[in-house]
Design a protein around this ligand. Structure first.
Ligand code: NI
Length: 161
């Protein structure tokens, strides 16, 4: 296991369209394990390969629902509903912004053996899957947000009513 360096906003890796995974190799398995370690260490709920400088279509998501998921070459099959919540990103440290996204997703992916599989997500899980899939297109959540990035610190300093 290894913790990899998370690229932050301004790094060109975050604006690139990632290439599909064609073959599962030991390097790819190591990368996926490192992505989980890096995400957990940073206390995130998702991480995409370009965030650690690898321009491949891989993301990991764990919203602490007991079902961590690896997405390899993911494709959206279906979305429905709508949710509006504050969102953050490990590549945009200290910031949040409100984003409206579908409340439900169905995605097609490959599993660790490169076999087709589908995953569903509702609420936070749907949001995290969609956020990570955006990274594979070089899109940061700020581009989808309803407002400019806000400082996370400001929230903590708000006076109680
Ligand atoms: Ni992100």
């Amino acid at each position: 296991m290894a913790i990899r360096k998370i690229r932050v906003i301004g790094d060109p890796c975050l604006n690139k369209v990632c290439k599909p995974v064609v073959k599962m190799t030991q390097n790819m398995k190591d990368l996926i394990e490192d992505m989980f370690d890096t995400m957990y260490e940073a206390k995130g709920v998702g991480l995409a390969a370009p965030q650690v400088g690898i321009l491949r279509r891989i993301c990991v998501v764990d919203v602490m629902d007991g079902e961590p998921v690896v997405l390899i070459n993911p494709e959206l099959v279906e979305t429905s509903g709508e949710q509006t919540e504050d969102e953050g990103c490990l590549s945009v440290p200290g910031k949040v912004a409100e984003v409206t996204r579908p409340d439900y997703v169905l995605v097609r992916s490959l599993d660790m053996d490169m076999n087709p599989v589908t995953y569903e997500g509702q609420g936070l899980r749907a949001r995290a899957i969609l956020h990570e899939m955006d990274h594979l297109e070089g899109v940061l959540y700020g581009e989808r947000a309803n407002e400019p990035y806000r400082d996370l610190e400001d929230e903590d300093l708000e006076e109680e009513e």
